[in-house]
Design a protein around this ligand. Structure first.
Ligand code: NAD
Length: 358
């Protein structure tokens, strides 16, 4: 298979961690007989420095022409003084919009070798956890109408609206069901249907769509307050968790936290085409940039997700996941996941060792 991958290394630790991920992708290509080509493109602070804007038109054009996009991270104190649409993070929102990405998938995985990193009791996590949070990304209350007013009766008042259409709910249900098909065939759909009208439509639509298009996938409903509790009470019960923009924002951070390590978690954003955006969930970590101490595993996992979810390369994904597992089992650790008796290595060395295990 030939695939062309756009690489937006970005700022801070972005260049180090994407270099590691590209090394692992190259090794995977060699082992499995594929050809991957990589095109570095500017986005974020580095693009502001080079051409005065966080998302140059050339970057958008080339990302749209690629088979998929790998992103490091953007931002840093150097650009903090700029106004909203001029900041590095505006590049991120811009590229998501330009690529039509409406879903965000965040697997929160606790690796058995890192069970001690979880803040939960060992008996809850000792068999590993993997919660795949599928969050609707471009609708709901974050994009609904809002406003403020002041009158005599209420005083100063503000309002926001949660709004979802059947089409928006159906397309995110499709993403969750597709993922579930390759896994446990179970989806927990999270809403607040006991109170919100938009949640009642959400619930009805998820069931109707799944029954028609994915009869082999079982949908269970859970109210969001219960879901927040269940994630810390019994995280192993979840596989694919489907939810709206705001609930997903909150629950995906909670799920990430139970795994204990920000340097190990990846995410994908997808729309109607296989061309997606894959990135670690962490930021550009300016405090450790350029010191070869960042953990590259989240970005390597993001690259692995690209192979599985954009290119359909399931065995290749599994080979990368296994390589990470074996490297951790040998005791190699970057500083953020270091514990007693383990062996400390840097970003480059971690990526090299994982690549060797492919
Ligand atoms: P951050 O995720 O960059 O860092 C938080 C803490 O985690 C820091 O102590 C950092 O050293 C550590 N950390 C993060 N990734 C790590 C890794 N791979 N290995 C080891 N340690 C790691 O969050 P922040 O400090 O709040 O933000 C820094 C900058 O990143 C800001 O400019 C912010 O806007 C930006 N940011 C970008 C994205 C993105 O590009 N998607 C996401 C979040 C934040």
């Amino acid at each position: 298979m030939n695939r062309h991958i756009a690489v937006l290394a970005g700022d801070g630790i972005g260049p180090e961690i994407t270099e590691g991920a590209v090394q692992v992708l190259q090794r995977t290509a060699e082992k499995f007989g594929h050809t991957f080509t990589f095109e570095p493109l500017a986005m974020g602070g580095c693009a502001i420095d080079a051409c005065g804007e966080p998302l140059p038109a050339h970057t958008v054009e080339r990302c749209l022409a690629s088979d998929s996009v790998l992103l490091g991270a953007v931002g840093g104190p150097k650009w903090d003084g700029l106004s909203g649409d001029k900041r590095p993070e505006a590049g991120l929102l811009g590229i998501r919009k330009a690529m039509g990405l409406y879903s965000n998938v965040r697997p929160a995985k606790l690796w058995k070798a890192l069970a001690d990193a979880s803040p939960l009791k060992r008996n809850l996590v000792e068999n590993g956890i993997e919660i795949i949070v599928v969050r609707e990304l471009t609708g709901g209350i974050y994009f609904g109408k809002r406003g403020t007013f002041t009158d005599d009766a209420m005083g100063e008042t503000a309002w926001d609206t949660e709004q979802y259409s059947v089409a928006e709910i159906e397309r995110i249900t499709r993403i969750a069901c597709e993922l579930a098909r390759g896994r446990s065939k179970r989806v927990v759909s999270v809403d607040k249907a006991n109170v919100l009208e938009s949640s009642r439509l959400w619930r009805r639509t998820v069931h109707t769509y799944a029954q028609t298009h994915y009869p082999d996938v079982t949908i269970t409903d859970m109210l969001v307050d219960n879901a927040a509790m269940q994630i810390v009470k019994n995280p192993a019960q979840f596989d694919v968790l489907l939810t709206s923009n705001m609930f997903g924002d909150i629950l995906s951070d909670e799920a990430a936290q139970v795994t204990g390590s920000i340097g190990m978690l990846a995410s994908s954003s997808l729309g109607d085409t296989p061309c997606g955006l894959y990135e670690p969930i962490h930021g550009s970590a300016p405090d450790i940039a350029g010191r070869d101490i960042a953990n590259p595993i989240a970005t390597i996992l993001a690259a692995a997700m690209m192979l599985r979810d954009s290119f359909g390369l399931i065995a290749e994904y599994a080979a990368i996941e296994r390589a990470i597992e074996e490297t951790l089992a040998e005791g190699w650790r970057t500083a953020d996941i270091m514990s007693d008796g383990m062996r400390l290595i840097g970003c480059r060395e971690m990526a090299r060792r994982i690549a060797e295990h492919i």
